[in-house]
Design a protein around this ligand. Sequence first.
Ligand code: TXA
Ligand code: MG
Length: 348
Amino acid sequence: METKILRVDRTNPDLTVLAEAAELLKSGELVAFPTETVYGLGANALDAEACSKIFQVKGRPQDNPLIVHVANRAIADTVIKSWNVFAEICMHFFWPGPLTLVLPKKTQVPATVTCGLETVAIRMPKHRVALALIELTGLPLAAPSANLSGKPSPTSADHVRQDLHGRIKLIIDAGNCQVGLESTVLDLTGKIPTILRPGGITREDLEKVLGEVRVDRPTENQAPKAPGMKYRHYAPNGEMLLVSGSKEEVVSRILKETQKAHGNLKKVGILCTSESAAWFHDLHPELLFVLGSENLPEEVAANLFRGLRLCDEQGIEVILAEGVEESGLGSAIMNRLQKAAGQKIIRL
Ligand code: TXA
Ligand code: MG
């Protein structure tokens, strides 16, 4: 299959391009499109056959349900059976935006989308291109991140191309995603709103308007409530170690690990904050990638997946990543870093 890549302006997209994409989606094809978080791989959420193609194309486990994207309340009403007061508050304060709500589904939502669950995950993205595309189709669009399963989520059209070239008909390219991390997944089916996946909207943001908010932290014998959270995501090819703690100790540990890896003739990649980078230059790691300032977690979030992918592109064998403070957006950053490291984390 030939994959077309069509470039559009992020704020003023060419509607003829989006109309072409909308036609493909309406006819049951897949289209990759930008959102403010990461690129999504879209299909008509009411078409079971189209949605099953998403699983094939990504190599996605059959028990990992999809997020449905909407552009307005009318489209949202085609998939949600009942709203509640938490949902109304969330939509008011955070939509469009990186917040996904888990709510009871209507029967017409195919089991393929929800993997047999009675609930469906839904969000309204804050991206002109995504919203215009959904409006043109008039449909809810199921869209997981547009990467091969297990790879870091794509924050540019080129990342999508690397993973899905030849497997889908169209990629809409609107440049880099601003947030860079996936949405927060919030379960609103219980008495207390519960974060199933940390993301672009923080627990602190949610608590300001909802009161108590829990975080789903499954123990070893318990399955996470968001099925996707049990998989090792975001995994680069190299062996990755996450080092977190006081700056001095983290820097000295990364220096030591770099020397050790170089001693074993391994290619080393260091992912660090701009505050630490100067310490690492003299070691000549094969890749020194600055994620951003430790005081600007949004900058770190926006660069994280690009950094992980760059490690693969450059054949890095040992990846040493500096941790960030685990509050606010930092919680979502650390969640992704830990998964990328396969839980190999040193806390100093
Ligand atoms: O920012 C995002 O959320 C991106 C963009 C494209 O919107 N999408 C995304 O989708 O990250 P995906 O498929 O990579 O992650 C969906 C997550 C998974 O962890 C999945 O298990 C969870 O949402 N999920 C989906 N439906 C659910 C449901 N009914 N109940 C609990 N968790 C659900
Ligand atoms: Mg994903």
